[in-house]
Structure formats: structure tokens, C-alpha cells
Design a protein around this ligand. Sequence first.
Ligand SMILES: [Cu+2]
Length: 175
Amino acid sequence: MSVAVKLLILFLILAAVAIGIFLVVAVSTRRPPQDQHEVARRGYTIRGWWFTSLLAFFVAMFATSIPFFPYLAGATALQPALKVPVIAMQYAFIMPTHFPVNKAIIFEVTSRDVNHGFGIYNPQGHLVAQVQAMPDYTNYLRVIFHQPGIYTARCLEYCGPGHALMEKTFVVGAK
Ligand SMILES: [Cu+2]
């Protein structure tokens, strides 16, 4: 079947649908006009049901999803944190190399020279937290390490020819 024939068939189908709609509208206007108050009353009834069902739906969704909200994580934010200064520079991080497990740590990250990134990779090599290291400015990065092991901090901002070598490993857990 050629494209022209397909287009013709499509046009005829759409035309038939349009004519059908016109016919339905034309026939419906032949009925005696309905009382406006009756129409409005029905509309308000439908709207009332719609509102009630939406309300019930959202209340149910809220009730079932609220246990997944990170409120507990927020509560642990109130526990005292270990403050750890991190100084980034071309091409190293000056920072401690040992950290406790399951304790809140706030990395106070700054830079001695240019902009760097401070990205923390877990023992599986997944990025778990990151922040910019900026000169004359301190960024605070709050982390809790739940998993002991050897972590790696890597620069995530191109900072010069030695950027790719800029990393530091540190241990989380027992010494
Ligand atoms: Cu870098």
C-alpha cells in the first residue's frame, strides 16, 4: 500500500470520527434543556466525591510512605560529631588516616591553592560523599561510615596536571 493511500485512509477515519462527534452533539441538543441548578448540583456531587477520593488517596499514600522518610537520619544529625579538618592542595589531601565506624564525622574541607574536589569512595569503590574544596572557604561534609574498611578520597575537580594522582586512602574501623 502506498503512502498516499495510507494517508487517505487515515484522513477518512479521522473525518468519520469528526462527523460522528458532530452528529452526537447535534442529536444531544434536541433534548429539552436541563435545569441549570440540577446540572450544577450533579457537578458539585461529582466534585465532592472526587475531592474525598483524592483526599483519601493522599492520606493513605502519606501514611504508608512516611516510615521511609529520612527523619531518623535527621535525628542522628543531633548527635555530637567528630570534626576533622581536610586541606586539599596540589596534589594531596592533608587529613587524618583513621576514622571510627558509626560515628558522625564532619569534614571541614578547604583548599590551600586552587579549587579541588573531595570525594570519598567506599571499599567497593562507590562514591559515598563529596564536596568542593575551595581556597579561603570551608565546606562542611557530614558523613557516618557504617562499613569498616579502606576508603579513598579523590579529587573530583580538575586542578592541574597532577590531578589524576590526587588521592588519599584512609582506614575506617579498628586500627
Ligand atoms: Cu584535582
